[in-house]
Structure formats: structure tokens, C-alpha cells
Ligand binder design. Structure first.
Ligand code: NOJ
Length: 564
């Protein structure tokens, strides 16, 4: 397996709107990020990924771009951005920018032109169709509720939008569109960035003719059309072209956000010989506590099983080993907080947050940390729907409560558990006003637990989650086996303890994580001589046990290493 800087590094995701506000308008900004670079360097991360900072009307917080070559005014200027990049590089860190090219904003000049007339030169930049029998051109549902089509009076046709109606899909069949995208990518790479995170990149190619989706939910008017746009027919061709015309001329990393991707696809997309991306974000483990195929889709709430988590993670680990490369994550700006989701944010906040970090960051792949995860930020519950900001949440609430009259409490519960705003509350820097994020009232409320969960407090506490993250990052960095080693799962059926080993040239590591709030005697497989092993890290003070049985405390995690 080839050595690469992006395999050895740890990525930190910044959601700029909620990270740090430098100018007192309640909205995070670029100078705010620059002010915190020393904090990030000290944490030990190597690569920063910024969610979109381009000009945008913010229907979907920057994932609706109206100018790909300009900075959003609320976030600052191009000069601020250039200064930030320089400061990142000065600290020997790298910058990955978000690339959102499945769709643009409807306020992008291309769409403004496109919608004017059927013969406008930009008409074919987007996907326009006539209606069928007085209805939409097909039955596809949008990711954010309702039809994926919107009727435009001016020309009497519909345009496709897989996300909100302010996010029209770009027409990748049009060569000119593709050229515009590659030119724009080169523009940013010429400025010196180190990579792209590619938003829903595996949705860019749609089945010709845009056929109806199979009816899988009879009660719903619109249907999931993934079969016609997930890893579509020309996806690999487009990506190869993108590599030829842009990426391969620079030393950059790419991570494709690829919904519905399976391990075989992930292996093909990231294959060191024939692949098109450095790594992908897969979603299998993010769907473990729901039933995405059900009527509620992502909003369904179900208990999850550790054995299922093992099956998913192991499938990804083994399918990509020796071929491609994994990304490792438990959180991002679209997901609930991991300590609330997979740990115990009440009674074992510290322990379970540290255990979760140990469990996922030491697998084979590049670990991602989402802002605030390193201090164990938790989910939030706002009493009123008015306090939520996310368009996905509002569309869901309106469809279910306002239009269908569903029980409000039940829908609010699904929002508490699954809503994206859980991850978007302001970063908790201190116990000062607005959690030290801003001097003014933030664009979204602060999680009230900022008085006890914040950076300042954790910097002062040796045993904090933050200090554990620092140590864990160092441990990984200092041991090639934890980066490049192969992965073997132990005890697949065990519903309490997740244990696996890593192996590289006679170097072997064991990672053990208790996922319960109970003390557990765990006997280590004979394949790992734990008595002769050195303990690398753990989230409880170390204790010497007799024999190969570990007496694990609630949510305890440990890492051992032997050289044979
Ligand atoms: C995935 C992004 O992560 C999410 O925030 C966004 O809403 C959709 N793609 C649409 O761009």
C-alpha cells in the first residue's frame, strides 16, 4: 500500500457558520477560523475541511452556491480566505475545500439565465423537462421532502432538484458544464488548496430519459429514485475526465460524499490503480439506528445493535484493504452528535466520548473529527420548531405536522434524535456569553450545556475528552500499524465489546471498546498475547490484570501493542 500524507493525517471538519465569530454579527467567519488555528494545531490535526464558504443565499447553509469563485460576504473576503490559507500552511496543516457541483443555487447566474427562455445558451446547464399529464415529469422524491421537480412559469417547464427547490441539479451531460466545473476546480487548486470534499458526487450522472422510480411506498406520492442517479451510468467516466483535466495535475486529496455506496463500489472508486477518489464517505453505519427504506426514511428511529455495527465496519475494512482507502467518521454537519447517539451523554459523557474516539479512529483509514466532537458536544432539544434553522427539518415538519396532521410530539422527537441542527449549534469555547462563540446573539441557539461542556474547561482538566483526543492522535501518528496495518475483527457476535486487531510486519495492536454502562470481564482471544503487550492508551487509569481477561469498566477502551 502506498504511503500518502492524506492517509497519515487526521482531518478536522469546520462548519464555518458555527465555529467562531470574529466580527460580532452572530455568524462564524474566516477570520474566526484563523484565530483558532493554534488551537487546531495543538489538537494535532493535519488537514482542515471547510464546509462551503462560497457566495450563497444560504437556503441550505452554503450548499447552494451562487458564485463558485467568490467568498460569502457573511464569512469575509477573498483576502481573508487567502490569509487563512497562508496561516494554515505556515502551521504545516492543509486545507480541503467543499465542492458542490451536483447542483448550484437557483440564484447562480447560470440558472438565472437558464430559466429565461428555452433557447437561452445556458438552458441546457440544468435539467428541464415538460410535465406529464399535468404533473411532474417523473415521480422522484427530493431528499428534502416533496417532489424533486419544480414548475417554472416563465417557460412552462419543470427543472430537477434532488435537494431543495433552490438547488437545481446541474446537467452533467452537457460538456460545457463539466468544463466550467474543472476550470473552477483548477482556479482553487492554483490558489494552493490541498483537496476537495465532493458533495453527493455520486449523484451527478442520471439515467437517460429520467424514468419513473419503482413504487416502494404506496402511501407516498413521490418515490425514491436512487436507482436512476446513484452511481449513475456515466459517473466513472465523468470522474476520470475530472481527474485528467484537473485533479491529477496537483498533489491533492479527494473525498467523495457518496450516499448509498456499498463496499464494492467504495473499493472501485478508491482503487489505487484504477480509482477516481482518494476515499469516500459511506453511510451504512449512519443508517444503523433507523430504517431508511421506510416511509419516514432518515427520520425513522430504531434501536441499533453492536453486532450490526461490527458487520458494517468490518465489511468496509476488509473490502478496501490493499485496494483503496477508508474515511473514518462518526459525525459531520448532517448527523447527530455521536456521544448522544452511540454513547451515554448523561452518566458516562467523558468515558463514552473517549471510548467512541478510540473505537473508530484506530481502524484503517483517515479519521475525521467534526468540530466540537473533541469536547463531546451533545445533541440539543429546542422547545419550538421556530428555533430550528435547517431547511431539511422545516420541510419534514411542514409535510408531517402541517400537511398530514401527524402528532407534533412524535415528529419533534424524530428531530431531537436525527435533526441536522444537533451538529450545528455554536462551538462551545467557554462558559462565557454565547459559549464564547460570539459577542452577539448567534444565528442558531447555543446548546445550554455550554457552561459545563466547553474548550476552556477541558484545556484545564488533564483528564478531559479534549486531552484524550490529543493523546489518541499522537498514538496513531507514532505507530504505522495503526495507520497502515490490516484489520481483523474479534468476536463478531458479542453485543457488548467491540474488539479488533491491526497488523503490520510483525507489529500487532489490539483495540478493545466496551459499548455498555456495565463492568465486563472480557477474555482476549489467544491470537493476541495481551500479557506481553504494551498498553498504548486507555480511557481509565491502567490496572494490571492476571491472565488474558480484561476487567473492563463502563465504556472503557484500551489499546495494546506487541511486536513479534
Ligand atoms: C450533503 C451535504 O453534506 C448536506 O449538508 C447538503 O444539504 C446536501 N449534500 C446537499 O448539498
Amino acid at each position: 500500500m502506498e504511503r500518502k500524507w492524506w492517509k497519515e493525517g487526521v482531518v478536522y471538519q469546520v462548519y464555518p457558520r458555527s465555529f467562531n465569530d470574529s466580527n460580532g454579527d452572530g455568524i462564524g467567519d474566516l477570520r474566526g477560523i484563523t484565530q483558532k488555528l493554534d488551537y487546531l494545531k495543538d489538537l494535532g490535526v493535519d488537514i482542515l475541511w471547510l464546509s462551503p464558504v462560497y457566495e450563497s443565499p444560504n437556503d441550505d447553509n452554503g450548499y447552494d452556491i451562487s458564485n463558485y469563485r467568490a467568498i460569502m460576504e457573511e464569512f469575509g473576503t477573498m483576502e481573508d480566505w487567502e490569509n487563512m490559507l497562508e496561516e494554515i500552511h505556515k502551521r504545516e496543516m492543509r486545507l480541503v475545500m467543499d465542492l458542490v457541483v451536483n447542483h448550484s443555487s437557483d440564484e447562480h447566474a447560470w440558472f438565472q439565465e437558464s430559466r429565461k427562455s428555452k433557447d437561452n445558451p445556458y438552458r441546457d446547464y440544468y435539467i428541464w423537462r415538460d410535465g406529464k399529464n399535468g404533473a411532474e415529469p417523473n415521480n422522484w422524491v427530493s431528499f428534502f421532502s416533496g417532489s424533486a421537480w419544480d414548475y417554472d412559469e416563465a417557460t412552462g417547464q419543470y427543472y430537477l432538484h434532488l435537494f431543495t427547490d433552490k438547488q437545481p441539479d446541474l446537467n452533467w451531460e452537457n460538456e460545457q458544464v463539466r468544463q466550467e466545473v474543472y476550470d473552477m476546480m483548477n482556479f482553487w487548486m492554483d490558489k494552493g488548496i490541498d483537496g476537495f470534499r465532493m458533495d453527493v458526487i455520486n449523484l451527478i450522472s442520471k439515467t437517460p430519459g429520467l424514468p419513473n422510480a419503482e413504487v416502494t411506498n404506496k402511501d407516498n406520492k413521490y418515490q425514491w429514485g436512487g436507482e436512476h442517479f446513484v452511481n449513475g451510468p456515466r459517473f466513472m467516466e465523468f470522474m476520470n475526465e475530472m481527474n485528467e483535466q484537473a485533479l491529477k495535475h496537483y498533489d491533492v486529496m479527494t473525498v467523495g460524499e457518496t450516499p448509498m455506496v456499498k463496499p464494492e463500489d467504495g473499493a472501485a472508486f478508491t482503487d489505487e490503480e484504477s480509482g477516481v477518489l482518494s476515499m469516500v464517505f459511506q453511510f451504512d453505519h449512519m443508517e444503523i439506528d433507523g430504517d431508511p427504506g421506510s416511509q419516514e426514511g432518515k427520520w425513522s428511529v430504531k434501536p441499533w445493535k453492536l453486532s450490526k455495527m461490527k458487520e458494517i465496519m468490518t465489511d468496509w475494512q476488509t473490502s478496501l484493504n490493499g485496494k483503496g482507502w477508508n474515511s473514518l467518521y462518526l459525525e459531520n454537519h448532517d448527523q447527530p452528535r455521536s456521544v448522544s447517539r452511540f454513547g451515554d451523554a448523561e452518566e458516562y459523557h467523558k468515558e463514552s466520548a473517549k471510548m467512541l474516539a478510540t473505537f473508530y479512529q484506530l481502524m484503517q483509514g483517515t479519521p475525521y473529527i467534526y468540530q466540537g466532537q473533541e469536547i463531546g458536544m451533545t445533541n440539543v432539544q429546542f422547545d419550538s420548531i421556530e428555533d430550528y434553522r435547517d431547511v431539511e427539518i422545516h420541510n419534514w415538519y411542514n409535510e408531517q405536522v402541517t400537511e398530514r396532521g401527524k402528532d407534533k410530539q412524535e415528529i419533534m422527537h424524530s428531530i431531537f434524535v436525527k435533526g441536522r441542527d444537533n451538529a450545528r449549534t455554536p462551538m462551545q469555547w467557554s462558559d462565557e456569553n454565547y459559549a464564547g462563540f460570539s459577542d452577539a446573539e448567534p444565528w442558531i441557539k447555543v446548546n445550554p450545556n455550554y457552561t459545563s461542556i466547553n474548550v476552556k474547561q477541558q484545556q484545564e482538566d488533564e483528564e478531559s475528552i479534549l486531552n484524550y483526543y490529543k493523546e489518541l492522535i499522537k498514538v496513531r501518528k507514532n505507530h504505522d500499524v495503526l495507520i497502515y496495518g490490516s484489520y481483523q475483527l474479534l468476536d463478531p457476535e458479542d453485543e457488548q465489546v467491540y474488539a479488533y486487531t491491526r497488523e503490520l510486519d510483525g507489529d500487532k495492536a489490539l483495540i478493545v471498546a466496551n459499548f455498555t454502562n456495565e463492568a465486563i470481564d472480557y477474555s482476549v482471544s489467544e491470537s493476541f498475547p495481551v500479557e506481553q503487550a504494551e498498553r498504548l492508551i486507555g480511557n481509565y487509569p491502567s490496572e494490571q490484570e492476571e491472565g488474558g481477561t480484561l476487567q473492563l469498566k463502563p465504556y472503557e477502551a484500551r489499546v495494546y501493542r506487541v511486536q513479534t
